[in-house]
Design a binder for this molecule. Structure first.
Ligand code: AMP
Ligand code: GLY
Length: 423
């Protein structure tokens, strides 16, 4: 390649900072424009610049060699289809393929039809049908998870503790007009047990390359207490999934999904994220996402030793046949998220100045998310404000470093979990 590449990255969170940071290490790249990005990501590397405006217009203006889409929402709205129709090379899922994430019912029916291992579930098209299904459901033995169809920003799933809570959840999702989640269709699903693992694959529509495994912590407080969040931290391990489970995930989950989507005329291109429940060698899919995870990406990308830009380009162009899976360091990583006081509720304490003391000889990386610039400093402007990743030969070494680095960062009301990577 004679000229260096211009990349356009869509998104603004810690995941996108990690993506921009990693892509900026590629000798192939001239500039990474992040739309809209956040001011924290642009200060660390001159090749990362934030831009604002409409994506179609920005793409026409910049003529990027590669467009990478971070979040799911624009994909579900068809941004990839539009940009590809205008001739751009895009890493991301088409609107049809994004249904794997945007509709829980599409995804469940797909898994059932393709024999992809997943929890037993029934699909209910009305409140009456859901109430009737719950009546005959063996709650004591199987447990019951209620899932609203459609993107619900993590609020559309309740792992219920008993039949009464399941009934209340159905009423809240399907009848209660004042409830934030509104569903015309729901799933009743068996409760799975084990370790939740996020597995990633880079896909070109036909082939895939395994892209790593990470665990995240979803609850806001230590010991997995309190409400669900977007993710309070993440960690990797060299010990799981087992080699047998990895082979199973590759063939029975990723390859099977790509074959099934091709059959439906909606080939999957981009990054496929299988949210798994792993119990020894027994693996089930909880959900599919059509993107990298946040904060999984912040723990994952620092471990990847290969240049990801040629891999992203090849996948976006639809041909990974000459590419090898990225080389992953023989280390572990821990990523700790710092949030604003009050998160995940809406009334958060924002606008607090963030102090970051410099450190030397440090093996950690700060990734910014909900920050704004004010008077030459950063202030917190969102729920998840920033996060720290550390790598280490062992999980304990990585944890120690990450928690030592956190001590150098402060703002009023900052909250973080003290037990990330501790299991
Ligand atoms: P989802 O939006 O599908 O990722 O669900 C949110 C969270 O609910 C998951 O990360 C799991 O922790 C939990 N969950 C969903 N489905 C199940 C299930 N069948 N069994 C146990 N936990 C589940
Ligand atoms: N951390 C989970 C997600 O990105 O959906």
């Amino acid at each position: 390649m004679s000229e260096r590449l211009t990349v356009l990255l869509l998104g603004s969170g810690g995941r996108e900072h990690a993506l921009a940071w990693k892509m900026a290490q590629s000798p192939l790249v001239e500039k990474i424009h992040v739309l809209p990005g956040n001011p924290g990501m642009a200060t660390q590397d001159g090749r990362i610049v934030c831009v604002s405006g409409n994506i179609d217009r920005i793409a026409q203006e910049l003529e990027p060699d590669l467009v990478v889409i971070g979040p799911e929402k624009p994909m579900a709205e068809g941004v990839v289809d539009r940009l590809e129709a205008s001739g751009f090379t895009v890493l991301g899922a088409s609107q049809a393929a994004a249904q794997l994430e945007s509709s829980k019912i599409f995804s469940k029916e797909f898994m059932q039809a393709e024999g992809i291992p997943t929890a037993h579930a029934v699909i209910c098209n009305s409140y009456d049908a859901a109430v009737a299904a719950l009546k005959t459901w063996d709650v004591e033995d199987k447990g019951v998870v209620i899932k609203a169809d459609g993107l619900a920003a993590g609020k559309g799933v309740v792992v219920t503790k008993d039949r009464a809570e399941a009934g209340q959840t159905l009423h809240a999702f399907m009848v209660d007009a004042g409830h934030p989640v509104k569903a015309e269709r729901v799933l009743l699903e068996e409760t799975l047990h084990g370790r939740e693992v996020s597995a990633f694959a880079l896909c070109d529509g036909e082939r895939h390359l395994p892209f790593g495994y990470i665990c995240d912590h979803k609850r806001v407080f230590d010991g997995n207490k309190g409400p669900n969040t977007g993710g309070m931290g993440a960690f990797s391990s060299k010990d799981w999934p087992s080699p047998a489970a990895r082979a199973f995930i590759d063939e029975k989950i990723f390859a099977a999904t790509l074959r099934g989507m091709q059959k439906r005329g909606a080939p999957f291109k981009g990054i496929l994220f299988a949210g798994l429940m792993v119990d020894g060698d027994d693996v089930n899919v909880i959900e599919f996402n059509v993107r990298l995870g946040d904060p999984e990406t912040q723990a994952l990308l620092p471990l990847i030793e290969s240049d990801i830009v040629p891999l992203f380009l090849a996948a976006a162009k639809g041909d990974l046949s000459n590419c090898a899976a990225p080389k992953i360091a023989d280390e572990t990583s821990v990523h700790i998220v710092m949030t604003s006081a009050g998160y995940p509720a809406k009334d958060m304490k924002l606008g607090e100045t963030i102090t970051i003391s410099p450190v030397t000889n440090d093996n950690t990386q700060v990734f910014f998310a909900g920050v704004a610039a004010r008077d030459g400093a950063f202030v917190n402007s969102g729920g998840r404000v920033l996060g720290v990743t550390a790598k280490g030969k062992t999980l304990e070494a990585a944890r120690r470093q990450a928690y030592a680095r956190i001590k150098n960062i402060s703002f009023n009301g900052a909250h973080w979990r003290r037990d990330i990577g501790g299991r």
